[in-house]
Write a protein that binds this ligand. Structure first.
Ligand code: BGP
Length: 473
């Protein structure tokens, strides 16, 4: 991978696109179990999705033809180590070898996430991310991946959005194991994820893979507020403890700030799961780069309601009509979500605020210096309307991407070490809980067609042109 080459691409995740959920000895993941259970009230699953497992060659060819030089995807842990006995599934490795062959054919740089929400079911049954053995399991699985693929993969990501994953699992309760308002388990999960991150990095460093780097992907930006009174700044601080610093400080700096630990403890959270030996491993095993997903702003104010409550863009009362949709994040005494009446919301209640891309990147630089940053996801979910040929004129998505990119490139000009950018998503795929109606792809997937026909959207051609105009930045 040439150091100077800016990476322009798009992203997917295993459960959301692969399908083939039980093919070639794949084990079940917690998402397979959840989607097949009564807890999944929609009955919609990722069993087939857009069937990337069998369409990968076409999808990667379309990326290349669209001018993209990088592809972010994730490996399904349950394909590689399907069962508790730790036996490695050669067919799983072979699938990703085929994907990498295809990337290499077109000079597409793979950016590969090791876990994107889909823990194996056998770990889920033991307590998932709150199972204290999860970090040794993760170290084992990731060492299998590092040994097999080595520096064929120049960019590895340990965990996708630990913040959002922990939050949905244990606060909102919309992701398995569907626990609500459980701050104790949220803290435990967040900590175990950072032990996982550090132990995987230790495995990675042991192999000394020349030319490969390892990072982590964060799902939200730093908290911000509409006022800078001491009360508002306190709310920002606590929100950052909760959503950002408890992940990024250990991952990037190798330690937690004592104030953060104290704030968590003073809420009555039992921190007996914290072990000095884990902290030592974190200290010695930090990331090379940050992956930053950018969707919307984390706008907060002081919590005056005294309420602790959490909903996200796909929680229950919300069907994409935008009528009742609203994202709430509130912890009594700490902070709660604020709303800026001057901005628009998307159909799922998420704020559209392009400038957050600039602020996010600048604030990351302020706290973490010149760490290389890849914008690992940025995209717009909407109801696409196709014409009789399946073509979608997704001007709304183009406008969204153009406006966000303006601010991302401005942050790069202003000194942030931005190295790449990925549209979410490469093609239409399963949107967690929202199913298939909420689409993000640059390429339409016709789910009614038995061959799951791919039709590039207007945004695909727009992006191709944008890359062409910006390939030498
Ligand atoms: C991020 C996830 C992606 C993707 C995206 C869109 O949080 O990393 O996997 O799903 O959000 O979110 P959603 O599908 O919920 O609209």
């Amino acid at each position: 991978m040439s150091k100077e080459q800016f990476l322009w691409g798009s992203a997917t995740a295993a459960y959301q696109c692969e399908g083939a959920w039980n093919e070639d000895n794949k084990g079940a993941s917690v998402w397979d179990d959840f989607c097949h259970s009564d807890a999944n009230t929609t009955g919609i699953t990722g069993d087939v999705s857009c069937d990337f497992y069998h369409h990968y060659a076409e999808d990667i060819r379309l990326m290349a033809e669209g001018g993209q030089n990088t592809f972010r995807f994730s490996i399904s842990w349950s394909r590689i180590v399907p069962k508790e006995d730790h036996a490695v599934n050669e067919a799983g490795l072979a699938f990703y070898d085929r994907v990498l062959d295809e990337c290499e054919k077109y000079g597409i740089v793979p950016n590969v996430t090791l876990v994107h929400y889909d823990l194996p079911d056998y770990i889920g049954r033991k307590g998932g991310w709150c199972y204290d053995g999860v970090s040794d399991e993760f170290a084992y699985y990731t060492s299998v991946v590092f040994r097999h693929f080595g520096n064929r993969i120049p960019l590895y990501v340990t965990i996708n959005e630990p913040n959002h994953n922990a939050y949905c699992n244990y606060c909102v309760g919309n992701y398995p194991p569907n626990e609500k308002n459980n701050l104790q388990d949220y803290a435990h999960c967040a900590y175990n994820m950072m032990v996982c991150n550090a132990k995987a990095i230790r495995e990675f460093r042991r192999l000394n893979l020349a030319g490969s780097q390892i990072g982590i992907v964060q799902g939200c930006g730093p908290a911000t507020a509409l006022k800078d009174t001491p009360e508002y700044l306190e709310a920002v601080k606590f929100c950052n403890y909760f959503c950002n610093f408890c992940f990024l400080d250990p991952a990037i700096r190798g330690y937690y700030e004592p104030d953060l630990i104290e704030a968590v403890r003073s809420r009555g959270i039992d921190l007996s799961f914290v072990k000095q030996e884990d902290l030592d491993i974190m200290k010695d095993n930090t990331v090379d780069f940050l992956g930053q997903n950018i969707y919307s702003r984390l706008l907060v104010k002081p919590n005056e309601s005294g309420v602790t409550a959490f909903t996200v863009n796909n929680a229950g009362n919300n069907d994409g009509t935008g009528k009742t949709a609203r994202e709430t994040r509130a912890i009594s005494g700490w902070f709660e979500t604020d709303r800026d009446p001057s901005t628009k919301l998307n159909h799922w209640g998420r704020e559209i605020y392009p400038r957050c891309a600039y602020d996010t990147l600048m604030l990351r630089k302020e706290r973490y210096g010149d760490i290389p940053i890849y914008v690992t996801e940025n995209g717009h979910g909407c109801y696409d309307v196709a014409d009789e040929n399946g073509y979608v004129e997704d001007d709304e998505r183009i406008e969204f991407l153009e406006n966000y990119l303006h601010y991302i490139l401005k942050a790069k000009e202003d000194g942030v070490n931005v190295k790449g950018y990925y549209v979410w998503s490469t093609m239409d795929l399963y949107s967690w809980i929202n199913g298939y109606k909420k689409r993000y792809g640059l390429v339409r997937v016709d789910y009614d067609d038995e061959n799951l026909r791919r039709i590039p959207k207007k945004s695909y051609y727009w992006y191709k042109n944008f890359i062409e105009e910006h390939k030498d930045i």
